[in-house]
Structures are given as structure tokens and as C-alpha cells.
Design a protein around this ligand. Structure first.
Ligand SMILES: [Zn+2]
Length: 130
């Protein structure tokens, strides 16, 4: 598998959403590709970062609401509805977490600033430009 293809699938690989064959191919590729190893590490860092906040303080009610958002029943031919839903839910969660994490940053600036600075625009979008 080529680097480009591996990198395209790394996020799915981390989320264990790749098929066993693809997982194996990526593993083999990672064994001797420094560039993809670095990419994997970066993605994992972002994941850990999001998770550390998620575990800390996202209200359970919010998480449940997100998980219970009904998906539309429009005919989705190629993807299973569940897959679509989980993708939509993760995008929503990421979005809301981004806004939430930014609000924490504004209250308590620390060394994660550089990582979060790009989220500040999102925050003002959610808060109507506070
Ligand atoms: Zn590679």
C-alpha cells in the first residue's frame, strides 16, 4: 500500500474501522515507514487530547443527546445507516468539543494554547461573537 493510501486510512485504522485486510496492510506498512509512523502519532495525539477532555467534563446528558440524534430515513444506498450515523455523530461531537475546549481555553490559558488557537473562531461562531 502506498503512503498516500495509508495516510488516508490512518484515522479509520485508529478507530478500528478498517477491515482486517486493510488493518494488516497498514500495520505492515507502518513497520518500515517513518513518515506514516509520524502521521499516526500525530493523529493519536489529537485523539488522546480530545479524549482527555471528554473524560473530564462533557456532560453526560449532552453525550446522550448526541447519540440519540435521529438519522434521516432518506434512502442511503451505499452506506449502512449506522455507519452514516456514527460518522455524523463523531463530526458533531468533534464540533461541539472544539467549541467547548475553546471556552475552557479562554477561561484558563495554558500551554495548549497553540493547539487550540484555531478553535477560537469556532467558539465565537457558537457564541455569536462574544
Ligand atoms: Zn508510508
Amino acid at each position: 500500500m502506498k503512503c498516500e493510501k495509508v495516510k488516508d486510512r490512518l484515522q479509520a485504522f485508529i478507530d478500528k474501522e478498517t477491515s482486517p485486510e486493510v488493518t494488516e496492510e497498514i500495520r505492515t506498512h507502518l513497520l518500515d515507514c517513518i513518515s506514516c509512523q509520524n502521521e499516526l502519532r500525530n493523529l493519536q495525539k489529537v485523539d488522546e487530547f480530545i479524549l482527555s477532555y471528554q473524560e473530564e467534563d462533557v456532560p453526560k446528558a449532552l453525550t446522550e443527546k448526541l447519540l440519540n440524534i435521529p438519522y434521516s430515513d432518506k434512502k442511503i444506498s451505499h452506506f449502512s445507516p449506522f455507519k452514516k450515523l456514527s460518522v455524523a455523530a463523531s463530526i458533531l461531537i468533534a464540533f461541539i468539543l472544539g467549541a467547548w475546549v475553546s471556552s475552557q481555553t479562554l477561561q484558563n490559558r495554558n500551554s495548549t494554547d497553540s493547539l487550540l488557537s484555531s478553535d477560537n473562531n469556532l467558539y465565537s461562531y457558537f457564541e455569536g461573537g462574544y
